[in-house]
Design a protein around this ligand. Structure first.
Ligand SMILES: CSC[C@@H](O)[C@@H](O)C(=O)COP(=O)(O)O
Length: 370
């Protein structure tokens, strides 16, 4: 997608020098900076400390991390070491383990001298596949938005609510929850997007930055505003992303998603989740009990980062000295609260049968493995 009129992906291998570059998301939406990832420490820090973030982008970054490392030392021992280091960076988004396992399984049978080239081709393929998956999610989600628009007086906007940033910078391109929005905008359907701020890290500001860059009307709202807006009939549909969805359709996503799903359920507002297939964890049946929830630093809650009056980026403390702080970063929305899953193969109910119907080969591969 575009930044100041120039097309970017969130991660890419630069044709000029072969280096892996990322949009360094720590400074957005205020500063657009690009960083090079080179050492294993760089890749691990980039994922752990959220220079890159969002489940699909975490997976693609890990794949490029493996590729760069295979050019340095293609041994079995180093492959296992890189897998272990990167896999330990963030526990909740399944795309990380998915990408690392895929890389290791593809590289292990190869002679060491063939691994560097194969690893880089695979990382490029994972990135390209992500773009295509998200484009297709956008096409399927567009159908839902069209239906809502068709039931409204001409010109009245479709009002969507989204949580966190499941936008193009959370993926390689397009985004998951935002892809239907970009497709709707291209189709000329007027939109009004309610963007949850998503404390503590305010990823909603990233979503607002993205939508603003593409001319999509939006309002940045506090996390607690969504229920009120739904009660007053001001939300036609909720679309969120997901960091891990179980084989039974439970959806793990950024903390606060569950409360939005409850409010949507109470108010009869459809609650859809944009789900790329690499985000399905076929090994998990009960999201609430089985998905590890990332416990992040207290400073993310006690402090807020933003632009100060002098134009610099500053961090200020909001909690009183001595207060305890807890920071669970994700929650699980039970499948019963999810109206549907928008995947690259179409929309299905949030259920084992729904997912297996769209992805029979993945569902059966898992049942063979277990
Ligand atoms: C397309 S991204 C889906 C999710 O990864 C997104 O909604 C989210 O929760 C991101 O969390 P983050 O902690 O910023 O990585």
């Amino acid at each position: 997608m575009k930044v100041n009129g120039v097309s970017y992906r969130s991660i890419w291998r630069d044709a000029s020098d072969g280096a892996v570059r990322i949009i360094d998301q720590r400074w957005l939406p205020h500063d657009f900076r690009i960083a090079v990832l080179d050492s294993l420490d760089d890749f691990a820090a980039a994922i752990r400390d959220m220079w890159v973030r969002g489940a699909p982008l975490i997976g693609a970054t890990a794949a490029y991390g493996v590729a760069v490392q295979m050019a340095r030392d293609p041994s079995d021992a180093h492959l296992d070491h890189v897998h272990a280091v990167l896999n330990a960076t963030r526990p909740t988004a399944i795309n990380l383990a998915w990408a690392l396992n895929r890389c290791r399984a593809a590289l292990r049978p190869l002679h060491a001298s063939d691994r560097a080239g194969a690893a880089m081709r695979l990382a490029d393929a994972i990135a390209d596949e992500d773009v295509e998956i998200n484009r297709r999610i956008g096409e399927h989600g567009l159908g839902l938005i069209r239906e809502i628009a068709a039931a409204k007086p001409a010109g009245e906007p479709v009002r969507l609510l989204t949580h966190c940033n499941a936008g193009w910078i959370a993926t390689v391109d397009w985004g998951t929850a935002t892809s239907p929005m970009y497709h709707a905008a291209e189709a000329g359907i007027p939109l009004q997007v309610w963007v949850d701020e998503t404390r503590p890290r305010n990823q909603g500001a990233l979503t607002a930055w993205e939508l603003g860059s593409h001319g999509i009307a939006h309002s940045y709202i506090t996390d607690n505003a969504g229920g009120h807006l739904m009660q007053h009939g001001l939300v036609d549909m909720v679309i969120t992303g997901t960091d891990r969805t179980t084989a039974t359709g439970d959806v793990c996503n950024k903390i606060g998603t569950y409360l939005k799903a409850l409010a949507a359920h109470d108010n009869g507002v459809p609650f859809y989740v944009a789900l790329p297939s690499p985000t399905i964890d076929w090994t998990v049946a009960d999201g609430l009990r089985e998905i590890p929830i990332e416990d992040r630093a207290a400073t993310e809650v006690s402090h807020v980062q933003g632009r100060d009056a002098a134009g610099g980026i500053a961090s200020v403390e909001v909690t009183p000295a001595g207060s305890g702080v807890a920071n669970p970063a994700f929650d699980v929305t039970p499948a019963r609260l999810v109206t549907g899953l928008i995947t690259e193969r179409g929309i299905c109910p949030a259920s084992r049968a729904g997912l297996a119907g769209l992805f029979p080969e993945l569902a059966s591969a898992e049942s063979r493995a277990s």
